[in-house]
Design a protein around this ligand. Sequence first.
Ligand SMILES: N[C@@H](CCC(=O)N[C@@H](CS)C(=O)NCC(=O)O)C(=O)O
Length: 202
Amino acid sequence: MLRIHGIPRSRAFRCIWAAEEAGQAYEVVPVGFGPGLKDAISAINPNGKIPALEDGGLVLFESLAINLHIGAKAGAPLMPAGDDGARVLQWTLWAATEAEPQAMQWAYNTFILPAEKRDPALAAAGAAALAQRLAVLEAHLAAGGPWLLGAAFTIADCNLAGVLYGAWANGFDLGPFPKVKAWLDAALNRPAALAARKQREG
Ligand SMILES: N[C@@H](CCC(=O)N[C@@H](CS)C(=O)NCC(=O)O)C(=O)O
C-alpha cells in the first residue's frame, strides 16, 4: 500500500493521480498547510514539505520523483522502457525546471498570495516565461500527439499536466496554444484524473 503524505489541495494531487493511473492501492495520510506542517512531515521529508511517499521501506520526497517510482512499478505503458523511458525523464525534468517555476511565479502573484502581496509585474513576467515554454510544447504536440510520447499516455503526461493543473484551473490564457489546451483537457478528464480531482475539488 502506497502511503501518500499530504492533502489533495497540494502537490500530493499529482501523486494521487499517478496512483490512480497505475491502479495501485494507496492511502492519503493527511498533512496539511499551516504552522504544524514542518513538525508533522519532517521525519518523512527532511525538506519539511508535502508530498512524501512511503512504499514499504522506501521513503521518497519530490512529487515528480514519487510519480516516476509509481510509474516504474506499473511498467509500460505508464512507464515505458528504452528510448521512451528516456523521453519520460526528459519531459518530467522539463516540467520541473522549465514549466513549474514559471507557472508558480504566475500563480503566486495571481491567486495564491494575499492580494496585497501580489506583484503584477512578476505575474506578467511569469506568464510570459510560461508562454515561451508552452510554445515549445505546442509545436511538439502539433508534430505528434495526442500524448507527449505519441499514442500512449505515460507518467510524463501525468507529471507535466499535474504541474500545469493550477494554470489550467485558474484561467491562464491557453488561447494561443490550442494543442496544449486540448492535451490538458484530455489529460485532466481521464477517469484517474477525475478521481484525483474529486478529492481536490470536492
Ligand atoms: N519540489 C517539491 C515541492 C514541494 C512543495 O513545495 N510543497 C508545498 C505544498 S504543494 C509545501 O509543502 N509547502 C510548504 C512550505 O514550503 O513550507 C515537490 O514537487 O514535491
